[in-house]
Design a protein around this ligand. Structure first.
Ligand SMILES: [Zn+2]
Length: 143
């Protein structure tokens, strides 16, 4: 999936924060982990210490199955910056994980057209090794 990356401007990498260091370390190992609230039993994304549902600090990490379904998507035909301009068209998506959390991401290994992409389709995580520190979780149709 990075076969063209050498020829294009690099995608600006996310900047890990202390609350997300564990998340990025696990992504680098090609494992997807989500935050989970023990007070209200809710999994959530993005990773942060305080539950966005009930504001409890009684939270921990859960190892995601990496499987989910497509909640919504759009096909970007014009990238907003040089790094994305030549990668268009590409698919931006919200994936609902089996654990319940919804993640913003990209779809890969699928044609970027509405005939190939359907809300509710089964997806599985794959990791795009962006650089030596960051591997981005993206999703492809489940096999
Ligand atoms: Zn909660």
């Amino acid at each position: 999936m990075t076969q063209q990356a050498q020829e294009l401007p690099p995608i600006p990498p996310p900047v890990p924060q202390p609350e997300s260091d564990f998340y990025w370390e696990k992504c680098k190992a090609h494992e997807l982990w989500l935050r989970h609230c023990k007070a209200c039993d809710t999994a959530y994304f993005y990773p942060r210490d305080i539950c966005p549902e009930c504001f409890s600090r009684d939270t921990d990490w859960i190892h995601s199955s990496g499987r989910g379904t497509l909640h919504t998507f759009c096909i970007a035909h014009r990238g907003p910056t040089a790094a994305f301009r030549d990668r268009a068209p590409y698919v931006c998506a919200i994936v609902e994980m089996e654990e319940g959390a919804r993640m913003p991401t990209n779809l890969v290994e699928v044609e970027p057209d509405p005939e190939s992409i359907k809300v509710g389709m089964a997806l599985e995580v794959v990791f795009d090794d962006l650089n030596e520190k960051i591997s981005l979780p993206k999703f492809r149709p489940a096999r």
